[in-house]
Design a protein around this ligand. Sequence first.
Ligand SMILES: [Zn+2]
Length: 347
Amino acid sequence: MKKTVCFLMALVLCMASLCFPAIGEEATTNTNEEQSSVQDQQEEGPSAQETQQEAPLEGEVAEHEQTVSTTGAEPPVRWAYGISLTALQSPYIALVNADHPLEKGDVPDPLVKMTTVKRATSATINLQEVAAQAIEEMFNAALLVKEYTYTKLNKSGTEVEETATFSDGMILYLKSGYRSYGTQSTTYSNYLARNNNVDDGYVAKPGASEHQTGLCADILNSDYAGRDRMTQDFKYTPEAQWMKENCAEFGFILRFPEDKEEETGIKFEPWHFRYVGKEIAGYIQSTGMSFEAFTEEWQQALASFEERGGDIQVQLDYEDSSINAPPTSYILEQLGSDGDAEISLVF
Ligand SMILES: [Zn+2]
């Protein structure tokens, strides 16, 4: 049965590629390069006559391609990355870490005092306005959650699924937001003093903390809000798992994932969320990459674009003129209303 379906899909694809040569070209590319198709695509670079619209690569990418490649004259050098160049101009995607520290005088402006959401501290919490709004949206969305199935640890230490119910909705608690350079210095030295002078990667050095951007929030549930220390077993709470699953919808990423400690240089923090905007958060979540890897990827894409003679302003103008165009992807029309043109390319 499966073989028959695959055969039929292959047949449809072959017929489509006869009618639309561009589809056939993409079939070859995507079959061989499923894992790193986005990056490889931009490294290949387009041939001189390659001005045709490409088949979408992934879910989010597909949406993007539909909007940017439909009107006007496409620039001679194609922007072949999964995120629009416009989105990459965002001031909210600056990488801050030990290798890319902020200056002592870097203070985001304006900062907004968080007064409408539940907090896990009596201290004032400030965030950049855009992150403050997104936090409110996420906290309010959590309040609508009445039931959530999550993974917990049972008494014998085995992971089991359980459905939690929330009669008043899921309540999140904001623990911290903006932290100044000076505050981070104090936090860092206090932590070292408490930790036998060992820097184990839990607390960033002054300047290396993203909290100084005003775009990060540490978020807990009621159990953990009252504790003195945040611990990684917070990940076994419905709140942590719900946030991890849904944060991108509000423009956040889980900044220090469990399996990316080597790339981020920071230990897993199930409570720390960084605002990067919805489009980029969605991309990072769907690709599963660290923010460090994402930054390297898009910067390479940009360098490659410029090496091939691409003009940033021309591309930005093109994206601006195309942003409101209706989708006219003939590929999607030909290969199914669900928009998943790649389904036939994966066997
Ligand atoms: Zn944090």
